[in-house]
Design a protein around this ligand. Structure first.
Ligand SMILES: NC(=O)c1ccc[n+]([C@@H]2O[C@H](COP(=O)([O-])OP(=O)(O)OC[C@H]3O[C@@H](n4cnc5c(N)ncnc54)[C@H](OP(=O)(O)O)[C@@H]3O)[C@@H](O)[C@H]2O)c1
Length: 276
């Protein structure tokens, strides 16, 4: 990995080595916000991209913008909830040597009190955040292990450090993601493959805006999607977990015992952010 500082913006731009993480990268959820920012950063390193998302319009628009970096960019419009989505992804990538995988799609799609909620809707949260995350990691991680090179970034959340009202399933899935990332990191480091559980806090994404979150409430420390992606690339080799800097203190606090204290504090904070 290589860092240079661009004189005009003063921001650090991180370049990945295509011989280690190329020639192709796959981003599941690569059309907007954090995923699109990852696409630009990876393309700047000279690594080709396959971007996956549902809506073809934003997907094509992002792909077109990313092609300006001079790499090949393919798109795949698929709903990861769909049971056939993994067959579609496997078919679309059978001629690609994938050296970098980013599993970004995974925001909460159904918030409700658990026992009165719709079990089928809860299952879609698990399908996206657990089943697909495992399957896509299995698909691309196996060949990386054989080649003894590559990187895997799995998006997590500080929500995964404490259960929360109306989000018990989502926070549980993010806790799974964190612990899974740790085990995978242990296994893959034996084979020179980097694994990073990139743990974001509140981030200014369209999905969060659609969920009704007020980013401007006092005390809400919302990250910029570009900053989250930059930290993911910069700390790819610093696994198993990297908590996005703005949210490090919160993750450390929420991981503490006694749990009731932390869980009640988290619930109060989320209720205020959601205007409940
Ligand atoms: N935003 C936050 O405050 C925050 C906080 C902590 C952690 N995170 C984590 O960061 C990641 C990104 O979050 P986000 O807020 O940007 O929202 P997101 O909906 O998880 O991700 C947006 C990207 O994923 C695609 N996508 C979403 N659902 C999909 C599906 N079923 N099939 C295929 N593609 C899908 C979207 O395009 P389409 O809509 O066109 O499919 C878009 O490209 C998530 O894993 C989330 O848990 C976010």
């Amino acid at each position: 990995m290589n860092t240079d500082t661009s004189a005009d913006s003063g921001t650090t731009s991180v370049l990945l080595d295509p011989a280690r993480y190329g020639p192709w990268a796959v981003i599941a959820g690569g059309s907007e916000a954090i995923g699109a920012e990852f696409a630009h950063l990876i393309a700047r390193s000279g690594i080709n991209l396959l971007l996956i998302a549902r809506k073809p319009g934003p997907l094509e628009a992002t792909a077109e913008a990313v092609r300006a970096h001079g790499v090949e960019v393919r798109t795949l419009s698929v709903d990861l909830i769909d049971p056939s989505s993994m067959d579609t992804i496997a078919e679309a990538t059978k001629d690609l040597e994938v050296g970098l995988l980013v599993v970004n799609a995974g925001a909460n799609t159904y918030g409700h009190e658990f026992v009165t909620g719709d079990l089928a809707a809860f299952r879609t949260v698990l399908t996206l955040n657990i089943d697909r995350k495992l399957e896509i990691t299995h698909l691309f991680g196996g060949p990386m292990r054989e080649r003894r090179r590559g990187g895997i970034i799995l998006l997590g959340s500080v929500t995964g450090f404490a259960g929360c009202t109306h989000m018990s399933v989502y926070s549980g899935a993010k806790a799974f993601s964190r612990v899974f990332s740790e085990g995978l990191w242990l296994e893959m480091r034996e084979h020179d493959v980097d694994v990073l559980g990139l743990t974001a806090g509140v981030t200014r994404t369209p999905a969060m805006a659609r969920a009704g979150l007020d980013f401007d409430l006092p005390g809400v420390n919302a990250s910029d999607p570009a900053d989250v992606a930059r930290q993911g690339i910069e700390h790819l080799a610093d696994g198993p977990i990297w908590v996005v800097e703005d949210h490090w203190d919160k993750a450390v606090t929420r991981a503490q015992f006694p749990r009731a204290e932390q869980v009640l504090a988290e619930a109060a904070e989320v209720a205020a952010m959601m205007g409940r």
